[in-house]
Design a binder for this molecule. Structure first.
Ligand code: 13P
Length: 344
C-alpha cells in the first residue's frame, strides 16, 4: 500500500468502513474486564483483542483501521504472529494511541478541566511506532461543559496540543486522528443539545486555527469529533433526527472540505443510538467529507459481553462484533435500518 499520508487517511474512511478503537489503557480495559468478572492480564487482554482482530467478516469488510494501545502493538497472537500483522493481513491498518492521558489543568476549574499530555519525546516514539507498523495515531483532547466551563484556557491549551501532535505525526509519515471530544457523559453532563452545539463549534474552530498555525496538512488528517447531543444527565434529550441535523450544521460550519474524513467517537451513546445517528447523518447527504465511525464502546460492548472472558465463547464474541461492525458499515453509507438489527 502507498505510504502517502493523504492516501492512508482516505483508506481510513473508505466507503462503508470505519475504525475500531481498541486502545483502552491498562486502567480502562481493567474496568471493562471487571464488568464481565474477568481478570485483566497481559494474556487475557491479548486473547480478547486477538478475538476481535481475527473476526474475518468484520475486519475485511467493515474495519479500515484499528487503534491500539502501546502494549498491543508490541504483542504477538497466540501463534506468534504480531497482532499488527494480523490486522494488516485482514486488509486493515494498525494505529496507535500516543497521548499519555488527560491531566488536571491548573486554574480555578482544575477539578473539572484537563489538558491532554504526551508531547515530550513524541517524535522519537512516533519513529518507533512507525517501525512497529503503525500508520496512524490518535490523541484525545477532553472538553467538559459545566458552570464556567469550558474555559478559554482549556479550549486553547487542548487545541494547541492537538496541533503540535498532528504536525509531529505527519512529519513521521503517520496520519493523526485529531480528537477534540466534548463530553456527553460524566458528572457534569446536564447541558442540552444547543449548549453542546455552541461549545463544539468553538472547540472545532479553535482546533482548525491551531492546525493551520502548526502547518498541518488537512488532507492528511482524520477528524474524530463528538456528535451534537445533549448531556446524559440532561432531562431533555433530542430526537435522533435533531442530533443528525445539528451535527451536520456544526461540522459544515467548522470543518474545511480539504479534510478527507470524519470518524465519530461514540462517547457513551448506546450501541444502536450511535449507529442510528451515523446513518441519519449520512442520509442528509451532500457532505464534503466521508463520515464514518471510530467507535470504542459502541463496537465492543456486545462482543465483550458475549465473550465473557471464556475461550469457548470466542466465536460468539466474534459474531457480536461482526454484527455491530456491519451495522455501522451500513450506517457509514446511510443505509442502516432498525429491521437489520433483528436480522442478526
Ligand atoms: P468511544 O467510542 O467509546 O467513545 O471511544 C472512542 C475513543 O477512541 C475515545 O478516544
Amino acid at each position: 500500500m502507498t505510504e502517502r499520508i493523504e492516501d492512508i487517511a482516505r483508506a481510513m474512511v473508505a466507503p462503508g468502513k470505519g475504525i475500531l478503537a481498541a486502545d483502552e489503557s491498562t486502567g480502562t480495559i481493567k474496568k471493562r474486564f471487571d464488568s464481565i468478572k474477568t481478570e485483566s492480564t497481559a494474556d487475557s487482554r491479548r486473547d480478547y483483542r486477538e478475538m476481535l482482530f481475527r473476526a474475518n467478516d468484520a475486519m475485511k469488510n467493515h474495519i479500515s483501521g484499528v487503534i491500539l494501545y502501546d502494549e498491543t502493538l508490541r504483542q504477538k497472537a497466540k501463534d506468534g504472529t504480531p497482532l499488527a500483522e494480523v490486522i494488516k493481513t485482514s486488509g486493515s491498518i494498525a494505529g496507535i494511541k500516543v497521548d499519555t492521558g488527560a491531566k488536571p489543568l491548573v486554574g480555578p476549574t482544575s477539578k473539572i478541566e484537563t489538558v491532554t499530555e504526551g508531547l515530550d519525546g513524541l517524535r522519537e516514539r512516533l519513529a518507533e511506532y512507525h517501525k512497529l507498523g503503525a500508520r496512524f495515531a490518535k490523541w484525545r483532547a477532553v472538553i467538559a461543559i459545566a458552570d464556567k466551563c469550558p474555559s478559554h484556557n482549556s479550549v486553547h491549551a487542548n487545541a494547541h496540543a492537538l496541533a503540535r501532535y498532528a504536525a509531529l505525526c505527519q512529519e513521521a509519515g503517520i496520519v493523526p486522528i485529531v480528537e477534540p471530544e466534548v463530553l456527553m457523559d460524566g458528572e457534569h453532563s446536564k447541558h442540552d443539545i444547543d449548549q453542546c452545539a455552541d461549545v463544539t463549534e468553538w472547540v472545532l474552530k479553535e482546533t482548525f486555527q491551531e492546525l493551520y498555525y502548526a502547518n498541518v496538512k488537512l488532507e492528511g488528517i482524520v477528524l474524530k469529533p463528538n456528535m451534537i447531543i445533549a448531556g446524559q444527565k440532561c432531562a431533555k434529550q433530542a430526537s435522533a433526527q435533531e442530533v443528525a441535523e445539528k451535527t451536520v450544521k456544526v461540522l459544515k460550519a467548522c470543518v474545511p472540505g480539504a479534510v478527507p474524513g470524519i470518524a465519530f467517537l461514540s462517547g457513551g451513546q448506546s450501541d444502536e443510538a450511535a449507529t442510528e445517528h451515523l446513518s441519519l447523518i449520512n442520509q442528509i447527504g451532500n457532505l464534503p467529507w466521508a463520515v464514518t465511525f471510530s467507535y470504542g464502546r459502541a463496537l465492543q460492548a456486545a462482543a465483550l459481553k458475549a465473550w465473557g472472558g471464556k475461550s469457548e465463547n470466542v466465536a460468539a464474541g466474534q459474531r457480536a462484533f461482526s454484527h455491530r461492525a456491519k451495522m455501522n458499515g451500513m450506517a457509514a453509507l446511510g443505509k442502516w435500518q432498525k429491521t437489520l438489527e433483528k436480522a442478526a
